[in-house]
Design a binder for this molecule. Sequence first.
Ligand code: FDP
Length: 409
Amino acid sequence: MSFICQRHSQTENTLAADRLQERSNASNEFAFLRIRTRQRAVPFPGMKLDNAPFPTSVKPMPSITLTRFLIEEQRAGRINADLRLLIEVVARACKVISIAVGKGALGGVLGDATASGGDGASVNVQGEAQKKLDVLSNEILLEANAWGGHLAGIASEEMDTSQPIPDIYPRGNYLLLFDPLDGSSNIDVNISVGTIFSVLRCPEGVTRAQDADFLQPGTAQVAAGYAVYGSSTMLVLTVGHGTHAFTLDREVGSFMLTTRGMRIPEETREFAINMSNHRHWDKPMQAYIDALLAGKSGPRGRDFNMRWVGSMVADVHRILSRGGVFLYPWDRKEPGKPGKLRLMYEANPMALLVEQAGGAASTGRERLLELQPDALHQRVAVILGSKNEVAQAEAYYREADTRTAACER
Ligand code: FDP
């Protein structure tokens, strides 16, 4: 009762403030009062917004859950029941990871994982030190996906080889790949990290999937997505019909659809790259970035801003939300490797999400999604984001290659 009275008096405050505002538009003092009372006046549950006395800035709460979204996708014939279940299971695992990440130091999950046997840090197949949360997130995703009957195999950044579904469980027609916790170096410093996943069809006739069965180009992905554990937890998903964002309602425990059909603007003035590697890049990448840095007085004729979180998930999320270009090119530090990021469970899913949002994804020389992988943990150079900016970067490689070809003739 007192809650309703309080709301009622807030509404009256708003109306009174409106009247005062009408009487004296010139008065800054009254304008301030109006803003203050308006901010406090929110409708109580069930109030019809049409009748609300404060029509501006009040939006109805999002009401489409991930479950409802997926059921509607299934009804529209865009996914089948198994794929729906698979995505729901991955999303549920991401909620569990989100809770573990959110506990931080209180959960005892920060810091490096120790190798089995107890001596020294545990290292993954890439030779990178594993964090406790890397290992935990991997276990959460494996455990959640093993028994549902929708998968034929699972591959992860944290496992040397793919894992078939244990014999005690039924097997399905899909293959799941994931980076359980991307941006590991940011875990211990309370900066956004995330989970990236990609879903492929298991080749016909294969029941116990091997690594070779996973080696399909990104164009073969039937779904891809990521969860970003930031100031809010979000799930961004595509099943090949647009890219959609869901925000975790922590009280209810459901992902709610908050953006249907994300769109990346074609033009941008923002780029994301680890600038400390400048001297290690090849000439075309140096020339492209130098042009951005030159700003108004350079060949691009305009200033660019740089944002670099250092967690791919967070950087790509910003680009999906407001545009930009993300680059992780080849560099001379590890000349034998084509790049730092992994093709199958980092670059490919992000490339599909970006393309589905109207952006582009490239290695600099070819469309990322068309690369034929030859190893599960293959690395790749990545340029993705606003279409026209990706094209600008590609132009530097094309020009360099044309010059080289001309010299060789
Ligand atoms: P991290 O090594 O912290 O896991 O692919 C992994 C990744 O982070 C990306 O998320 C990030 O964009 C990139 O590597 C950052 O690497 P560097 O700090 O070596 O540039």
